[in-house]
Structure formats: C-alpha cells, structure tokens
Write a protein of this length. Structure first.
Length: 255
C-alpha cells in the first residue's frame, strides 16, 4: 500500500517544503529588520508563533493537546521533548505560544537557507565538535534563562532512526537546569514521526493529520545538585516515554 501511495507522499513533501519556504521568505524582510535589535526578540517570538500556525494550517497539520497542566507558569524552563521529525520545531511554537523560548540546535542550521537568520541572531547554535564554541553557546543559554527565556533542548541529541522509540538522553539539558535551578518542562510528541518522517528526504512517509501532544507537569530542580543529575535525567525520560508507550506500544514493541 505504501508503494502505491508513494507518488502522493512525494507530492505532499514537495508541497510542504514549498509552503514552508514561501511563507518564511515572504516574512524574511520583517524578521531581518526585527532581529537587528535584541529588544525585539519577544515580538519576533510572537511572529514565529503566528508564522508556524500559518505553515501548519496550509500543510493541513493540526495540533491536539491531549493533556497539559492547569495554569502552567510562564517559566523560564529547560524544555525537553522527544525528537521524531523536523516538524517538531514548527509545532513547538503553537504548543507553547505564551512561553517565550529559544532553541538550542546544531551549528549546521547556520547553513540552512532562510532558517539560518534565526540561529545567527536569536536561537543558539551549538558546534559540539569544538569545545570552546559549545561552551560559549551554553553560557549564552544560561544568560537567556536569567533574562526569563526558556530553552528548548531535544535531549536525544538528534532524530533517532528507530522512531518512535526514545534514544538515551544526553546530560546537557539536565546539567543546565540544575545549575540554573529552573524546572524541566517535559513534552511528548506522539505523532510527528508518522506525520513527517525524515529519511530519505524525498520519499519518507508524510501525510496531513492531527499531531497529539502531552505537556507534562514541570519537574522542579530547586535544591538539586550535580549528584542528582542522573536521577533527573531518568525521571524526565520516563515521563516523556510514558505516552509514547501508551499510544505507540505496538510499533515500539517491534523495534
């Protein structure tokens, strides 16, 4: 059946890419001007939320929060989510439209057309191969937390090949949360792996649909120390993994 649907998948992926880059290109001059001054970053964030909603609507992808805390404080947080698709980045803005945040992402995003403007001027690119560069990025992220910004980190480090099964989490997000004494905000993205798979770029499965998300209760870090890092990392893993196992158990059991 998938082979029969492959032409439609390819058409949809091309359509998705066209919508994504056309919308961002049209708004690029506005973003470029606004990003010239740090004081505009909150306005830029609101424009990103608006832009993401337009892209998702035109691509026929709709968000459904199946669970979230009552009266979620604005933050700041270290926001941790599973990473299943490039769609995860676009979805994060309508998921948390009132929690201003910046992404920490791979330095290679600085080479992507259109998107690079955000990682050059607002979001934080990390070159893990260069220790000095990575440390500068972490220092900047901590400063933004102190200014009230939340930081989004995908603790798996990359999109795993065995989606939706979680890869082991890296420690960076939890180290930062403990050092800055800010809560972890875990988020589970249940469906993005089957709405927009990543590899191979042109023929991987993709379709319109509903993306279900669980926003979990924040995990406090007040009073935690370095010795608590492993437990915090495992607790966050278990919280995020719970809904994945609940809604995708048959698929995960086969992996």
């Amino acid at each position: 059946m998938k082979y029969l649907l492959l032409p439609l998948v390819i058409v949809y992926r091309i359509y998705f890419a066209i919508i994504f880059f056309v919308v961002l290109t049209l708004l690029y001059p506005v973003f470029w001007v606004m990003l010239l001054k740090d004081k505009n970053f909150e306005k830029v964030f609101k424009l990103k939320v608006f832009t993401s909603r337009i892209i998702l609507f035109l691509d026929f992808i709709f968000l459904k929060r199946i669970k979230m805390p009552d009266n979620l404080p604005e933050g700041p947080y270290v926001i941790c989510a599973n990473h299943c698709s490039y769609l995860d980045i676009i979805l994060m803005y309508p998921i948390l439209p009132k929690t201003k945040f910046m992404f920490i992402g791979k330095a290679e995003l600085l080479r992507w057309p259109v998107i690079s403007i955000f990682f050059k001027n607002m979001d934080i690119g990390v070159n893990r191969e260069k220790r000095h560069s990575a440390m500068k990025s972490i220092i900047r992220a901590k400063k933004e937390i102190q200014r009230g910004w939340s930081i989004v980190i995908y603790p798996e480090g990359k999109i795993p090949h065995n989606n939706p099964k979680l890869n082991l989490f890296k420690s960076g997000a939890f180290k930062m949360a403990i050092e800055e004494q800010v809560p972890i905000l875990p988020i589970t993205l249940i469906d993005t792996w089957k709405l927009f798979a990543t590899d191979p770029p042109l023929t991987a499965w993709a379709r319109p649909g509903i993306s279900r998300v669980v926003i979990h209760d924040p995990i406090p870090t007040k009073g935690l120390e370095k010795k608590d890092l492993v437990n915090l990392r495992q607790q966050t893993f278990d919280v995020i993994n719970g809904p994945l196992l609940e809604y995708n158990k048959k698929v995960i059991d086969k992996l």
